[in-house]
Design a protein around this ligand. Structure first.
Ligand SMILES: [Fe+2]
Ligand SMILES: [Fe+2]
Length: 481
C-alpha cells in the first residue's frame, strides 16, 4: 500500500517529499489553481461549510471521508492506485512487454496530447456549472453539485501532476494553459465541443452528469489500459469518483421522472397542463436527453480514426476492459462493419478493427446509456404511467465524424437513425431538440430551495441521504439562508 501524506500543502500518495523540484513546481501552480477556482468555480458559496467527501487514501475506506469543508480549503490531492506488480502492456504491437514507468520519447507528443485533452475537460465542467448553486432545487442537490465540482478539480490536479512530472517544461506550460482556457469563450475555448456547450439549468446538469461524465468513464477506462503506467493508475482512481457523478445525474433525472409522473396523475399527460402544475413535461425531458446524449457521443471522435489506431498500436490507449476481456489484443485481423452514407442511402463498409477503436468504445458507451434509460423508464412504469423515454439513434444530431450533420456535415438523420431530407429535419427539429421557449420555461422553474429537507416542486426527493443522513440534514451551511 502506498503511503499517503495528508499533512503537506498538496495531499498525495506519490511521495512528493522525495522530489523537491516537482514539489516546488506543483506548489507554484497551486495559487494559480486557487485563483482560477475563486474566479471560475462555484459562484456565491465559497465561504460556506459544505458536507463533502474527501479522498484521504486509495484504499477502500480512505476515499469516503465526510466532513464540513469550505470549498477553497478542500484537500485537492494527487492520488493514484497502487502499482500492479509485473503489469504488462495489454494490447497493440508491444503486447505483453513491461509497462513504462516513464514516457517513451517517441510517444511523448501523442501522450501529452491525450493527457491534455482529458485534463481540459475537468476545469471545463466546473466552469460550465459555476452558477448552478444559485438555483439548486435543494441543499442535497447543491451539495452534490459541489462534490462533483471539487472532484473535477482533483481530477485536474491528477492530470497536472502527470504533466509536470513526466513532461518537463512542456508539461508546465500545458498546466498553465489549462487554467487559461475558458468554457464557451470565443477566443480561448475548451478543447472539446461539449465542454463549451452551456449548462445553465439543473436538468442540463443532470443530463450532463449522466451522459457527459459517462463519456469520461469510458475514456478513463480506455486510458486505464495504457502502457504508460502512471496514467493507468491515475485513471483507475479517478473512476471511483466518476461513479458518483453519474449517480448524481441518473438519480436526478429519475427524481424528475417520478415527480412528473405524480403531476401527470393529477392533471393528465398534456405538456402544457404538466407545466401549468409546476412540473417539467416528459417531452422536454426527452429533448434534454436528445441534446446531451448526441453531444456526448461526439466526444468519442471520428468513427474511422488513424489516431485511434496509432494509440492502440503503440499501447497508449486500449478498449473498454481490454486486459480483462477475452479479446484478440493485437486486433490486426477482423473488421468493424460501419454503416456509412453513400449515394443517398446507408450501406456498410468494413473498417479495419484498429481504425474503428473509437467506434468500439462508443458501442460500449451506447450500451451503458441504454441501460440507464431502461432504469429511468422503470420509474415511469412503477408509477403506473405508459409514457417512456428513449435513447435517440447514435446518428442523430451529430457534429463530429461520419454522421455529422447540418453545418458540420452532409446528411440529416432522425431519432431512429434514418436518413432524412433537410426539409424533414426543419419540420421536426423543434420536436426533437430544445427551442428557446423550452429553455426559457425550464429556466423559469429554477428557483433555489434552501430550507433543509425541502425540494423544488419539479423534482421528487432522493430515496436516501448522503452518507446515510436524514432528509433534513443541513448539507450546506450558508449564513444568509
Ligand atoms: Fe473528471
Ligand atoms: Fe466527472
Amino acid at each position: 500500500m502506498s503511503l499517503t501524506d495528508l499533512s503537506g500543502k498538496i495531499p498525495n500518495n506519490v511521495d512528493l517529499n522525495s522530489d523537491r523540484r516537482l514539489r516546488r513546481a506543483l506548489e507554484s501552480w497551486q495559487p494559480k489553481f486557487i485563483e482560477w477556482w475563486m474566479e471560475m468555480g462555484p459562484a456565491g458559496f465559497q465561504a460556506d461549510d459544505i458536507y463533502l467527501r474527501t479522498a484521504v487514501s486509495v484504499d477502500r475506506d480512505g476515499w469516503a471521508h465526510f466532513d464540513y469543508v469550505k470549498m477553497p480549503d478542500y484537500r485537492w490531492g494527487i492520488f493514484m492506485n497502487d502499482r500492479i506488480p509485473d503489469r504488462t502492456i495489454p494490447m497493440g504491437d508491444a503486447l505483453g512487454q513491461p509497462v513504462w514507468q516513464s514516457v517513451p520519447g517517441e510517444y511523448r507528443n501523442m501522450l501529452r496530447r491525450i493527457i491534455v485533452t482529458q485534463a481540459d475537460t475537468e476545469p471545463a465542467s466546473v466552469e460550465q456549472q459555476r452558477l448552478l448553486g444559485k438555483t439548486a432545487p435543494s441543499l442535497y442537490d447543491m451539495r452534490n453539485l459541489f462534490q462533483v465540482n471539487v472532484e473535477e478539480g482533483r481530477h485536474l490536479w491528477a492530470m497536472v501532476y502527470l504533466l509536470q512530472t513526466y513532461f518537463g517544461r512542456d508539461g508546465r506550460e500545458e498546466a498553465e494553459d489549462l487554467l487559461q482556457r475558458r468554457s464557451g469563450h470565443a477566443d480561448k475555448p475548451r478543447i472539446l465541443t461539449t465542454f463549451n456547450d452551456p449548462c445553465e439549468d439543473w436538468l442540463s446538469f443532470f443530463m450532463f452528469t449522466t451522459f457527459t461524465d459517462r463519456d469520461g468513464k469510458f475514456q478513463l477506462h480506455a486510458l486505464a489500459q495504457s502502457g504508460f503506467d502512471p496514467l493507468s493508475r491515475t485513471c483507475w482512481f479517478m473512476l471511483t469518483e466518476e461513479a458518483h457523478h453519474m449517480f448524481v445525474g441518473e438519480t436526478g433525472v429519475q427524481r424528475v421522472c417520478r415527480r412528473t409522473a405524480e403531476i401527470m396523475d393529477e392533471v393528465g399527460p398534456d405538456a402544457a397542463a404538466v407545466r401549468g402544475a409546476g412540473g417539467i413535461d416528459l417531452e422536454t425531458v426527452q429533448k434534454y436527453l436528445n441534446f446531451w446524449y448526441s453531444s456526448s457521443l461526439d466526444l468519442f471522435g471520428g468513427e474511422r480514426s488513424s489516431n485511434a489506431a496509432t494509440f492502440f498500436a503503440t499501447g497508449l490507449k486500449g478498449r473498454f476492459m481490454e486486459a480483462s476481456r477475452d479479446y484478440d489484443h493485437v486486433a490486426l485481423e477482423g473488421h468493424y462493419e460501419l454503416p456509412v452514407v453513400s449515394g443517398g442511402s446507408i450501406g456498410v463498409e468494413d473498417v479495419p478493427l484498429r481504425v474503428a477503436m473509437n467506434e468500439l468504445l462508443r458501442d460500449e458507451y451506447v450500451k451503458d446509456c441504454e441501460n440507464t434509460v431502461v432504469r429511468w423508464n422503470k420509474v415511469l412504469e412503477k408509477a403506473g404511467r405508459s409514457e417512456r423515454l428513449y435513447l435517440p439513434h447514435r446518428r442523430f444530431n451529430r457534429r463530429v465524424g461520419e454522421y455529422a450533420s447540418g453545418e458540420f456535415g452532409e446528411s440529416r438523420f432522425d431519432t431512429d437513425g434514418k436518413l432524412i431530407s433537410e426539409h424533414d429535419w426543419t419540420l421536426n427539429r423543434d420536436k426533437w431538440l430544445l427551442t428557446q421557449a423550452d429553455l426559457d420555461f425550464v429556466k423559469s422553474m429554477m428557483h433555489p430551495v434552501v430550507e433543509p429537507g425541502k425540494m423544488a416542486g419539479w423534482i421528487a426527493p432522493p430515496m436516501k441521504g448522503i452518507n446515510k443522513n436524514a432528509s433534513e440534514f443541513e448539507y450546506v451551511k450558508h449564513p444568509s439562508m
